[in-house]
Design a protein. Structure first.
Lengths: 512, 350
């Protein structure tokens, strides 16, 4: 049976880990025997809080045998990097002997067995799903047609391959193009990995255009489709819903279906709206950390930014993983996904956190630091026997006139980290870790020394004379014990995987 | 009505100025496919003295035969070539309407060198027949540049397409027609490339379409350097297959040293055996009176008082938007409330 030789895979940066977990769980429910591989692009092998479903196999970039020079860590942002590695992951799994491999975006949810889909994929070199299936669907959302002309006919959230020579040739070509041109430049014919797929109609003889409304259903096609719930399963235009794509999903904006389009309300999806709420709940349970923690598209960024971003970012100046790695020495890994409760920076006192020195008045989005030094007191519960992780959703004061801000972070007076902010970075989680010793007297003091604060008036931006360093949106405090067992399992899994990779490399060498 | 025995039709669209191109396209098609009716649609006002007795082998249609809504408004908004391109879906639909089971559209600068039976054998099972610009990645230096170029202009070439009379083909044609009658412009930043980019939607919207992967079909400047063209005893081959359809997109008879105005890199000395086809085409054009017909004027290029319509005027007309209908026929000048009058009034109010 083909299912035995099939595999599903996804790719995620640290910010997408909750999505991966929810996807993995959904796959376990409907196709428990299908192996699921997740290429995780995180700074460390630390996947704290991951409840590691049994079928989750973690892949690392170094497992994929791509030359260092061909990966764009350090140039691409997280979205580009994840997208550009799709061909490498697919090729890797084909090389491992799988006869059918399906890539699913991490924000997909499996809602029924993929067995039938896999049989179809197995019969063709390449299987792709169009965004929409009928001209009337193009008219259902204003601007959708033009959007698709810019972003591509096929959605790259679903890619099915089988190991034919032409599939390998196509993946090789796609990988080569993405190594340098996984860019969002519709005016030049590029939209990340996706626009390139339009060439498949010419390059791949055995291309299958999968026109099943139950596969890769998403807001761009659901609005015009007939949705029925029979008590157990969803039928989309009469076809069983097998996987749904929660593109741009944010539980915080429900019933808005996607952050990309305000006007789409999940009420339009009839009975399917319940699934959106369930998905939101699953994500939250798996450590959803807010849309800010998720790589948002440049378009959304331009719409959502309230700070000092200068519109859409280009690949060259976007925050990059490589730099963070070196610049954040001393800080705890940013790949940590918070399971605890995230407290908005304008309501910290409710969580036992006192902003002590050097803060401006609270604002709807959070709070600005004021002056050269700011600090806060964090009260800890009694009888705490574990390390504490404190995460800050933060960005520097980095208008274009003053693009760089450095901040030194102190814990109980000891220097623990240096954070560097650039105007092109997204607000992101930065975390520090306090061991038990630091926690003994029940209160932690976290201090921030602004290395180069500035005032908007001095920079000629406004009449605001405050000297600003960082803008803090929220804080999360959590004990690390909660996930100890899971983490132990994961570290074990990763170690075993590494030994396996090393051993198989050794055997390969031996064979030569 | 189809001629007896002609289940299928082939068609091209030209203004009078390009009549000789249509003659070469049509004649070369008929030479190798004698049983199939060939139509020339005039996107222009016919000029009687330009026709020759030999033209009787073609069937002529005039834009007015297409019975377009707001026809004058469509003719006004487009430049000469844009109009020819914009009419593609309407013309195909019209030929299906009058009883053909399948229609091959060939853009005006085409040379047919062999029978197209293998292509038309896909009628009527396949709703749509298409040829991709590229059948494989471009291995040459800067290959990605040309691949991106194709993504911006459309993965399928709009110069050689076929439609059967099926329900889904008609749905597609109806949608495509809506697009081309209003937005047949070159504006790649907005995803537009005349009529062509909309064809990218065929695999999404149409269940039974066929991608013609014969390297000898629809050879043009975009793929010529990758198709290994050879001439032997007067036979032209592309990657070892007979070259059936050659496209001279962007060819300028006044600059015969180049294959196309779109890519000056492709000069006669770089295209090897393809140069033979180019010379042949050049000769056929002059035999078809290209020099004489290319001097003919374009009817929709002038107001009815003889004033030439410029691009700026067309743009002004398009910018007025939907309320443009209140001007009536925009070509008419000698009545109050005309577009011409508004244009000359200096008023900025539409």
């Amino acid at each position: 049976m083909t299912l035995n030789r099939a595999a599903i895979c996804t790719i995620a940066c640290d910010n997408y880990l909750p999505f991966v977990r929810v996807l993995a769980d959904s796959l376990t429910v409907h196709d428990p025997e299908l192996p699921f591989f997740a290429l995780l692009i995180t700074e460390e092998n630390e996947i704290s809080g991951c409840s590691a479903p049994v079928n989750l196999n973690i892949l690392r970039v170094e497992d994929l045998s791509i030359p260092e020079t061909d990966t764009q860590i350090g140039v691409y942002d997280r979205k580009q990097l994840s997208a550009s590695l799709k061909p490498a992951v697919l090729k890797h799994l084909l090389r491992q002997g799988y006869a059918t491999v399906i890539f699913l975006d991490p924000d997909m949810l499996v809602t029924a067995s993929l067995g039938q889909v896999i049989s179809t994929v197995a019969k063709h070199s390449l299987t792709l799903t169009p965004h929409i299936l009928h001209p009337a669907e193009a008219a259902s959302i204003p601007g959708l047609e033009k959007d698709l002309l810019h972003t591509g006919m096929f959605n790259a959230g679903f890619i099915g391959v089988s190991p034919t020579p032409e599939a390998i040739l196509f993946l090789n070509w796609w990988e080569k193009r993405l190594a340098e041109r996984c860019l969002n430049q519709p005016e030049n014919g590029m939209h990340y990995d996706q626009r390139w797929l339009d060439h498949a109609v010419g390059f791949v003889n055995h291309l299958h255009v999968l026109r099943d409304p139950g596969v890769n259903a998403a807001y761009w096609n659901l609005v015009s489709r007939k949705i029925v719930f029979d008590g157990q399963q969803y039928l989309i235009d009469g076809s069983l819903l097998k996987c749904i794509h929660f593109s741009g999903f944010d539980p915080g904006i429900l019933p808005q279906a996607t952050c990309y389009l305000q006007e789409i309300d999940i009420a339009q999806f009839g009975p399917l709206s319940a699934l959106f709420y369930q998905y939101g709940a699953s994500l939250t349970a798996q450590g959803w950390a807010g849309r800010q923690g998720v790589a948002i598209s440049n378009k959304a960024l331009a719409q959502n930014s309230e700070g000092y971003f200068e519109g859409p970012l280009t690949s060259a100046d976007i925050h990059d993983l490589g730099k963070v790695k070196t610049k954040q020495k001393g800080a705890f890994s940013r790949s940590v996904i918070m399971a605890g409760k995230f407290t908005p920076a304008n309501a910290l006192s409710a969580a036992g956190i006192k902003k002590r020195l050097g803060w401006s008045d609270d604002e709807p989005w959070g709070v600005w630091s004021r002056g050269m030094y700011s600090d806060m007191l964090i009260s800890l519960p009694d009888a705490l026997h574990d390390d504490i992780l404190i995460s800050f959703l933060v960005q520097g004061f980095v208008p274009k006139q003053h693009p760089l801000q450095e901040v030194e972070v102190f814990l109980n007076g000891d220097f623990v980290a240096k954070w560097v902010f650039h105007k092109t970075y997204l607000p992101a989680f930065y975390a520090i870790r306090a061991d038990q010793k630091a926690c003994v007297n029940g209160t932690l003091v976290v201090g921030f020394r602004m290395v180069n604060p500035a005032s908007p008036s001095a920079l000629g931006i406004s009449s605001d004379k405050r000297v600003l360093g960082i803008r803090l949106q929220g804080v999360k405090v959590e004990a690390l014990s909660r996930h100890k067992n899971d983490r132990f399992q994961l570290i074990l899994a990763i170690t075993l995987r590494k030994i396996y990779v090393k051993l198989s490399a050794w055997f390969r060498n031996l064979a030569h | 009505m189809p001629t007896q025995n002609s289940k299928y039709a082939a068609v091209t669209i030209v203004s009078m100025r390009y009549l000789a191109l249509a003659r070469v396209t049509g004649h070369s098609f008929r030479e190798h496919n004698p049983d199939t009716d060939f139509f020339i649609v005039l996107a222009d006002r016919p000029i009687a003295h330009a026709f020759e007795p030999a033209d009787s082998e073609f069937r002529f249609l005039h834009v007015n035969d297409l019975a377009l809504d707001n026809a004058a408004s469509v003719f006004f908004r487009y430049k000469e070539l844009e109009l020819s391109y914009a009419l593609t879906p309407c013309v195909i639909r019209h030929l299906l309407d009058i009883g053909y089971q399948g229609v091959m559209f060939l853009k005006q600068e085409t040379l047919v060198l062999e029978s197209l039976d293998t292509v038309m054998s896909h009628f009527p099972d396949s709703s749509v027949l298409l040829t991709p610009h590229l059948l494989a990645p471009i291995g040459r230096n800067n290959g990605e540049k040309w691949e991106l170029n194709v993504l911006l202009s459309g993965v399928f070439n709009g110069g050689f397409i076929g439609f059967s009379d099926t329900a889904e083909a008609r749905v597609f044609l109806g949608w495509w027609e809506q697009k081309t009658l209003t937005q047949c412009f070159l504006d790649v930043a907005n995803g537009l490339h005349f009529e062509q980019r909309w064809l990218d939607f065929v695999p999404s919207f149409v269940q039974s379409y066929t991608i013609i992967r014969d390297p000898g079909v629809n050879v043009g400047h975009w793929n010529l350097l990758d198709r290994d063209l050879k001439a032997c005893d007067g036979e032209i081959t592309a990657m070892g297959m007979p070259c059936r359809v050659f496209r001279f997109s962007g060819y300028d008879a006044k600059a015969p040293a180049y294959l196309t105005r779109y890519n000056k890199d492709i000069s006669m000395d770089r295209i090897g055996d393809a140069a033979a086809v180019l010379r042949k085409y050049h000769k056929m054009l002059s035999d078809a009176s290209h020099r004489e017909t290319s001097c003919l004027s374009y009817a929709f290029g002038y107001f009815d008082n003889g004033v030439e319509i410029t691009d700026a005027m067309r743009k002004a007309y398009i910018d007025v938007g939907t309320s443009v209908s209140r001007f009536g026929d925009p070509f008419e000048t000698d009545r109050p409330g005309s577009f011409y009058e508004w244009l000359n009034s200096g008023s900025s109010q539409p």
